[in-house]
Design a protein around this ligand. Structure first.
Ligand SMILES: [Cu+2]
Length: 564
C-alpha cells in the first residue's frame, strides 16, 4: 500500500508522459532551444506510456514537460545533451525482443539492445561515430544508468539545414520512433547559402507515423471501393495499388494525429499569400511521403531549397538555388526544406500526401490529407524567422563530389527471405548484402565490418533492390550524390543522406538500382558505423551492415584533430 502511495506521488512529480493533441488541432510549433555563446546544453528524458486509446507512445521531454524540442545550433557549436532513460517495459516487445541479463556496466561498451534500451543518432550530421557523439552500434543506455552525456562539436563545415535525432537501438528502432521518439535539429545559416529564404518566417513540420488508431474501421464512404485488404510481411496493410484503402500507419503533423479512415486534417493558419520556409522532416518509421499543396484542386509550386540538410545550390555544384515542383517525395528519414506561398484570403489550402507505389510487397501509403491552411490577416506569425541579410557561406573546402573520380565501385543489394519458404506466413528476414558476401540479417554481436575504406576515399556504390517493395538506403556520418536511378543518369546537383531504391516488379531483365557517389573524405567519418534501410521494421529485421573508415595516415589524423 505504502509503495503504491509513493509510486503515485512520484508519478505526480513528473510531467505527464507524452501528452498528444487531439485530431483536428492547430499544428503546434515544437519548443525551440538555441545555442548561446557557441554552446547548446540541455537535459532530455526519453519516456514511454500506453495511452488510453491503447497506443504506445515514446517521447523526448524537457524538464518542463515540453516534447521533442527543436535544437538550433550553428556550425562550430558545442552540443551537450544529457539523456536520461526513463523507459518502462510495456510488455509489448516486438518479435526481435530479448532482455539484458547482467548488462555491461559501461553504456559505451554494452552493445546489447533490449526493449528498454535507448541511445541517440544525430541523423545527417558528420559527427564522429564515437561514444558520447554519434555512435549507435555499441552505445546502449539503460534505465538504471545515470543521465548519459552526449557532447559533440557541430563541424565547422556542416551545411546549414534540417537534421534530426532519434533512437537507434537495433531491433527496437521502429517501436520507439513510431511511438514518437524523434526531434528536429537545425544547423543555422541557410539564408547564407540561399538568398531566396532571407527574411522568411519558418516552420518546422515533423511528420511521424504510428499504428492505426482505428484499425477495424472500414474505409470512408467518400473513397472508391478497393479490393480486399492484404497484410504485408511486416504485418501492415499491404499496397493495393489504388491509392485508397486502409493505410499501413496513421500519420501525424507535429504530433497532431490525422487518423484513418476520415483523416481530419490538422489546422495551420498564416497570413494571406504569405511566403514561408517549411522545414519538413519525414520521421515516419515506414511511411513514404509525397507532399503536395492544393488550393482547390490546383497543386501549387513548392520551391525546394534544401534536401537532407544540404542546400540544393551547395557550393561547387553549379545548381539553381531553388528547384520548383508541384510535389515532393520524401522517404522515411529524409528532409526537404521548401518555400510555400499561403492561399489568398477566402481560399482554403490543403497539405496532402499523395499515394506512393511502394511495390507489391510494400505498405499501403494512400492519398490523404494532412493539414488545412487558412489565411487570415491576424494569423499568428511562426516563432522563427530567417535573418534578412547574411554573409555567403564559406567556400567548400573540398572539390565538388561530382567532379571526383571514384577509387572503386562496390555492389550491394536489398533482398528479403521467408524464414520458412514453405510457409508464406512465417517471419521475413531482411538483408542488405555486399555482393560476394553471404546474405545475413545484421548481427549486433558481430565485430567484423562488411566494408572497409580509408578516409579520403571516394567510391561509387551500386545498390540493387531484389525485393518487391521499396527500400530507403541511409548511411550514417556522410552524404552522397545520386548519379543513376535504375540505370538512367540523373546526376543530381545536390547531396542526400537517404535515398529511395525502386522495387523489382519481376518483369525486368535487371534489378532496379541506384548508383551513389560515396564521400569518405571528411576526417570526422573515421570509425565504424552502419548503413541500412530507413524503413525501420526492415532495419530491425536485419537490413543493415557496417562500414569501417580507417584513418588515412597517423599524420592526417593528427592534422584533423588539431582543427577541432
Ligand atoms: Cu526497407
Amino acid at each position: 500500500m505504502l509503495t503504491l502511495v509513493l509510486a503515485a506521488a512520484a508519478a505526480r512529480a513528473q510531467p505527464a508522459a507524452c501528452p498528444r493533441p487531439p485530431p483536428g488541432s492547430a499544428v503546434p510549433e515544437p519548443r525551440e532551444l538555441r545555442s548561446r555563446d557557441g554552446v547548446l546544453s540541455l537535459e532530455l528524458s526519453v519516456r514511454n506510456t500506453r495511452a488510453p486509446d491503447g497506443s504506445l507512445r515514446y517521447c523526448y521531454q524537457l524538464p518542463d514537460g515540453s516534447e521533442s524540442p527543436t535544437l538550433r545550433v550553428h556550425p562550430g557549436d558545442l552540443l551537450v545533451l544529457r539523456l536520461k532513460n526513463e523507459l518502462t517495459d510495456l510488455a509489448a516487445a516486438p518479435p526481435h525482443a530479448h532482455r539484458l541479463v547482467n548488462p555491461h556496466p559501461d553504456p559505451c561498451s554494452r552493445g546489447e539492445m533490449s526493449a528498454i534500451s535507448t541511445n541517440l543518432h544525430f541523423h545527417g550530421l558528420t559527427a564522429p561515430p564515437q561514444c558520447h557523439q554519434d555512435e549507435v552500434l555499441r552505445t546502449s543506455i539503460q534505465p538504471q544508468d545515470r543521465p548519459f552525456q552526449y557532447r559533440l562539436r557541430i563541424p565547422a563545415g556542416e551545411p546549414p539545414g534540417l537534421y534530426w535525432y532519434h533512437p537507434h537501438i537495433h531491433g527496437f528502432s521502429a517501436v520507439q520512433v513510431a511511438g514518437g521518439a524523434s526531434g528536429a535539429l537545425i544547423v543555422e545559416g541557410l539564408e547564407g547559402a540561399d538568398p531566396a529564404v532571407r527574411g522568411l518566417p519558418e516552420r518546422v513540420l515533423v511528420i511521424r507515423d504510428q499504428n492505426l488508431l482505428n484499425p477495424a474501421a472500414p474505409p470512408s464512404k467518400s473513397e472508391p471501393v478497393v479490393p480486399k485488404m492484404f497484410i504485408d510481411r511486416d504485418g501492415d496493410a499491404a499496397n493495393n495499388g489504388t491509392g485508397f484503402g486502409k493505410p499501413a500507419k496513421d500519420l501525424s503533423v507535429n504530433f497532431v494525429p490525422v487518423p484513418y479512415p476520415d483523416y481530419p486534417p490538422a489546422q495551420l493558419r498564416l497570413r494571406p499569400q504569405e511566403r514561408q520556409l517549411w522545414r519538413v522532416l519525414n520521421a515516419a518509421s515506414v511511411t513514404y511521403l509525397n507532399l503536395a499543396l492544393l488550393f482547390g484542386r490546383s497543386a501549387q509550386q513548392l520551391g525546394i531549397v534544401a534536401i537532407d540538410g544540404v542546400a540544393v545550390n551547395r557550393a561547387g555544384s553549379g545548381a539553381e538555388p531553388v528547384i520548383w515542383s508541384d510535389h515532393i517525395g520524401i522517404p522515411p528519414g529524409g528532409r526537404v526544406e521548401f518555400i510555400i506561398s499561403g492561399p489568398p484570403a477566402g481560399v482554403a489550402g490543403l497539405l496532402v500526401t499523395r499515394t506512393v507505389d511502394t511495390g507489391q510487397g510494400g505498405e499501403n501509403d494512400p492519398n490523404r490529407a494532412l493539414a488545412t491552411l487558412s489565411a487570415a490577416e491576424d494569423a499568428p506569425e511562426p516563432a522563427a524567422r530567417l535573418p534578412a541579410s547574411a554573409a555567403p557561406p564559406p567556400a567548400a573546402s573540398l572539390p565538388w563530389l561530382g567532379d571526383v573520380a571514384p577509387v572503386r565501385t562496390r555492389h550491394l543489394y536489398f533482398s528479403e527471405k521467408l524464414t520458412d519458404p514453405a510457409n508464406p506466413h512465417s517471419a521475413t528476414e531482411f538483408y542488405l548484402t555486399v555482393e560476394g558476401q553471404q546474405p545475413a540479417a545484421f548481427d549486433p554481436a558481430s565485430v567484423v565490418p562488411n566494408i572497409v575504406v580509408q578516409q579520403g576515399d571516394v567510391e561509387d556504390w551500386i545498390i540493387e533492390n531484389r525485393s518487391s517493395e521499396l527500400h530507403a538506403f541511409h548511411i550514417h556520418q556522410i552524404h552522397f550524390l545520386l548519379l543513376d536511378w535504375s540505370g538512367i543518369a540523373v546526376n543530381e546537383p545536390f547531396l542526400r543522406d537517404t535515398v529511395n531504391v525502386p522495387y523489382f516488379n519481376g518483369r525486368t531483365l535487371q534489378y532496379p538500382s541506384v548508383r551513389l557517389r560515396m564521400d569518405f573524405r571528411d576526417p570526422d567519418s573515421v570509425g565504424t558505423f552502419p548503413y541500412h534501410c530507413h524503413l525501420l521494421e526492415h532495419e530491425d529485421g536485419g537490413m543493415m551492415g557496417t562500414i569501417r573508415v580507417e584513418p588515412a595516415s597517423s599524420a592526417a589524423v593528427a592534422a584533423a584533430a588539431s582543427q577541432r
